[in-house]
Design a protein around this ligand. Structure first.
Ligand code: SAM
Length: 214
């Protein structure tokens, strides 16, 4: 998702209390419980877009802390605007490229990672930029607690097949896999729709999902 540049989005982000700012990010590992002021579990969404999914989860689960990560200011701005309409103490945002995720969270600090409708990067030479790639799984391995899980949803079958192939070489295993989430009663329990999930499922695209652990 890339919205046209919105004038002033960088300034709004720089002034926002909902955002953990770039200048302190590298001092954050190991201190996220202080940032939230409690010892509740920390769950993150990487590539959250406008924040519909993570905002809904944070509202449903006040005893869980959430961090939404998004690369583009113009997109993050939308998530900030949603928070201005409905403020949630257990939700924070970071504007950054997730390539440095393991410099921002400490070892085992994260309880769960959500990847939703990640960019496909279709060219082979860009495979390592895909968020479910083995290179990213290595970074997630460093920050996720021992029994932590990753949940990934997409309507892109090629990306999903790639993601499944990456599991074994990276030392992960699937707890659950579906190629048609919305027809899978068990995996649909508690499902929160993302913006892209609403869009693509309404077009009739089946949604794939895995839940993985080491
Ligand atoms: N997760 C949302 C959903 O399901 O509606 C948005 C999906 S959108 C296709 C993917 C989002 O991930 C975009 O907003 C993009 O900017 C962001 N993104 C892609 N690669 C990223 C990265 N390396 N770090 C942070 N955000 C990233």
């Amino acid at each position: 998702m890339r919205l046209r540049n919105i004038t002033g989005s960088r300034e709004v982000i720089a002034d926002s209390d909902y955002v953990v700012h770039e200048d302190i990010l590298t001092s954050c590992p190991g201190t996220w419980h202080e940032i939230f002021g409690n010892h509740d579990p920390i769950r993150i969404e990487i590539g959250m877009g406008k924040g519909q999914f993570i905002h809904t989860l944070a509202k449903q689960n006040p005893d869980v802390n959430y961090v939404g990560i998004e690369k583009y200011s113009s997109v993050l701005l939308r998530a900030i605007q949603k928070m201005e309409q409905e403020e949630l103490p257990n939700l924070k945002f970071i504007r950054m490229d997730a390539e440095i995720i393991d410099e921002v969270f400490g070892k085992g600090e994260v309880d769960r990672i959500y990847l939703n409708f990640s960019d496909p990067w279709p060219k082979d030479r860009h495979a390592k930029r895909r968020l479910p790639s083995r290179q990213f799984l290595e970074r997630y391995d460093r920050i996720l607690k021992k029994d932590g899980i990753i949940e990934f949803k997409t309507d892109n079958r090629e990306l999903f097949d790639f993601a499944l192939e990456e599991l074994e070489p990276a030392g992960w295993k699937a707890d659950a896999v579906t190629f048609d989430l919305h027809s899978n009663e068990e995996m649909m329990v508690g499902n929160v729709m993302t913006e892209y999930e609403e869009k693509f499922s309404s077009m009739g695209n089946p949604i794939c999902k895995y839940i993985i652990r080491r």
